[in-house]
Write a protein that binds this ligand. Structure first.
Ligand code: PMP
Length: 364
């Protein structure tokens, strides 16, 4: 490591949930179901599949670097000018561009924990300082504590809303108040990867705050609701002024042509979107009831996953599930050794999951 950049030495590689292929091989399984990465269990939208197939024939040509068609469609969808978007290789890439664009060595980035690990990694990579504030007792981002943690060195204040891994949202009025009180030298960032799943009435989107004139940067993805995690399409929306440095830092062809075509088609597939939202909600209610009946604690979620207190070593339980073909996400790396994050699958997947889980629990 002596040749490594100092900032890189401080980092750990991202450890994703086990892959389906890896698990099949390790445990000699024919079928593995992953309820660990909050993907859509329904596959991509049929319209997106059609669009992807068509696009393959132009695979020898570079994609449209600026993602013109997709930005135009996003412009119509959100009612914010196409110049206000940057599209890249997933929201992960957007977080990376955002922090690379704004965080100088020594600058501080404030957010609550537990949350998505990429904020910390990218801040450290840029030589910035992470300022981590605990979420409140009900696992909601504590905006008052975040305000208190702000110094003259703070550059970004990130609110993951809904939050991963807890599935919680911040109240609209509290967020508006936070945005109003944030000092001018701090840019508010809303990571809204799961926003489409929110139905709560006291909730406003980053797009709404932008329209109200707040200098918010909202991060969005096609990986969750739209079922395109494998295609890697994410974007940021903000004023053109705030987006400009991300366009400068972005690699020239950060979003490939098949992904762009898929995203454009997926936006219009209301049948698919309706089905995903409806099934997700129905299965969430069923899963929470079932989790309670097993003696676990689980709160209703505003996402496509559930943060569950399993009241035992969840890594061990996850390991036993793995051997039987189910991947879930233990929350020990976030400091919650008894919690797990379980993605909401299809009705059939969830039913099968609970059969296996009950077996494991009775075997103990
Ligand atoms: N933000 C949050 C809060 C997430 O949970 C995720 C994905 N797990 C991302 C961003 C990254 O999404 P993408 O697949 O678009 O890179």
């Amino acid at each position: 490591k002596s040749f490594w950049r100092e900032q890189v030495k401080k980092l750990d590689a991202y450890i994703p949930g086990k892959s389906i292929e890896e698990t099949k091989k390790e445990y000699h399984l024919h079928k593995v179901i992953r309820l660990a990465s909050n993907e859509s269990p329904f596959g991509p939208s049929p319209k997106a599949i059609e669009a992807m197939k068509k696009e393959i024939q132009d695979g020898h040509l570079y994609p449209d670097s600026t993602c013109t068609t997709l930005r135009e469609r996003l412009g119509e969808l959100h009612g914010i000018d196409p110049g206000s978007y940057v599209v890249a290789n997933g929201a992960d890439n957007i977080i990376n561009l955002l922090i690379a664009s704004y965080v100088n060595p020594g600058d501080e980035v404030v957010y609550c924990t537990p949350t998505f690990s990429e904020y910390s990694k990218n801040t450290l990579l840029m030589g910035g300082t992470t300022v981590e504030v605990p979420t409140s007792d009900d696992f909601v981002f504590d905006l008052e504590m975040m305000l208190e943690a702000i110094t003259e060195k703070t550059k970004l204040a990130i609110v993951c809303n809904p939050n991963n891994p807890t599935g919680t949202i911040v109240d609209e009025d509290k967020l508006r108040d936070f945005l109003n009180r944030l000092p001018g030298h701090v840019i508010p960032v809303l990571d809204e990867a799961y926003i489409e799943f929110v139905t709560h009435e006291s909730y406003a989107t980053g797009v709404e705050y932008i329209k109200e004139g707040f200098p918010v940067i909202s991060i969005r993805t096609f990986s969750k609701l739209y079922g395109l995690a494998g295609m890697r399409v994410g974007y940021a929306v903000a004023s053109e002024e705030l987006i400009e440095p991300l366009l400068t830092v972005r690699e020239p062809f950060a979003c490939n042509r098949i992904a762009q075509a898929a995203a454009v088609a997926a936006i219009d597939d209301y049948e698919y979107i309706g089905k995903v939202l409806c099934e997700n909600r129905r299965e969430m209610t069923k899963m929470i009831e079932k989790l309670h009946s097993l003696g676990f604690e689980a709160e209703p979620t505003h996402t496509n996953f559930i943060f569950v207190n399993m009241k035992q070593d969840s890594s061990r339980l996850a390991n036993n599930l793995l051997k039987k073909g189910f991947i879930i996400r233990p929350c020990a790396p976030w400091g919650y050794p008894e919690h797990a994050r379980i993605s909401i699958g299809t009705a059939a997947q969830n039913e099968h999951f609970f059969t296996v889980l009950e077996q494991i629990l009775t075997e103990r």
